[in-house]
Design a protein around this ligand. Structure first.
Ligand SMILES: [Zn+2]
Length: 133
């Protein structure tokens, strides 16, 4: 993998690692990444499980999923508007990944959409193809 692409990949991995590993408080199941979390849990049957929270000092997107033990879990993804130190750190990292994708020839709004997909636990076929090239 060329160095510029490796940097993008590492940026995404770092963004993921700040949220994981995550442990189910009921059965002790460990989730190592967004992929692992989505893979080892089930979608809520009544909705997508994706919720956006906007509070003055707390802004994040939550992804609710059901653990195999039946307990409902929540993975939180900090929003870019979060002004806490953790939020600022994440935003800087998020911007760095976007800048690197733009440098590699991506349209910024497409890059943003694709990175956000990954952070929400969805698949980004475009990024997968790009990183696998
Ligand atoms: Zn569990």
């Amino acid at each position: 993998m060329p160095r510029s692409r490796r940097k993008i990949y590492e940026g995404l991995v770092a963004l993921n690692e700040e949220m994981f590993p995550k442990v189910c408080g009921r059965c002790g199941q460990v989730f190592y990444s967004v992929d692992d979390y989505v893979h080892k849990t089930r979608r809520l049957f009544y909705c997508s499980g994706l919720r956006r929270y906007d509070e003055p000092n707390l802004s994040f997107v939550g992804l609710y999923r059901n653990c195999r033990c039946g307990s409902t879990l929540l993975a939180m993804f900090q929003d870019r508007r979060d002004e806490s130190e953790f939020g600022m750190h994440r935003r800087t990292r998020f911007q760095a990944v976007l800048d690197q994708l733009v440098e590699a020839g991506w349209d910024r709004s497409i890059a943003r959409e694709e990175v956000e997909k990954i952070l929400a636990g969805q698949k980004s076929t475009l990024l997968e193809l790009f990183l696998a090239r």
